[in-house]
Design a protein around this ligand. Sequence first.
Ligand code: DX5
Ligand code: ZN
Length: 222
Amino acid sequence: MVEILPSLLAADFARLGEEIARVEHAGVTMLHVDVMDGQFVPNLTMGPAVVKSLRKVTKAHLDVHLMITDPDRFSAAFVEAGADSVSVHQEACPHLDRSLRLIQSEGALAGVVLNPATPVSTLDEVLEFVDFVLVMSVNPGFGGQRFLPRSLEKIRQLAERRERFGYGYKIEIDGGVVMDNVAEIARAGAEWLVAGSSVFGAPDSGAAVRALRDAARAGQLV
Ligand code: DX5
Ligand code: ZN
């Protein structure tokens, strides 16, 4: 089933509790949390303390996307703070197998993220046990960027490999997801669709989530 994951990066940080309540009211069960360190990407956001506070105000699945240079140093702290899933960038992990298994051993789902310039083939050795693969459809660091259409081909490749080898990972997409492309993204095979500005930048975030979800589910059925 396709899910829309509102990205809190686009929410009002002074009112996170209210912003979350509004999208939960529209049926959201998963939230996306962007962690940036100013080194791996040219922006800074939040740490485990924020996740711990979020955990107190929501039962939704907290999906933590680590855009940091040394994720092994912090992944356990995010799980302890309440993350249900944690993803690390292929480009940031020289020991990717270890980084992913570390997250799983802490009790969270482990995901691997691909930047736009990184091919799916770099994941051949981890696809068998990873819980989800996140395809970046923009260069990470900022919300509100335009969707890079080649990401659709990566989603199709991941869906095809999953089918061929009987793997169980979910496929997530992040960046530039809007009403105009959400159906095509779902049709390509993505199930977890992160949406920042198209949800929290809309006048009514609840209505925006419903519209995106309806369009995605309709696209999946085509
Ligand atoms: C970008 C982040 C995204 C971002 C997406 O580096 O990983 O999660 O919030 O925002 P939109 O949906 O505005 O592209
Ligand atoms: Zn993200």
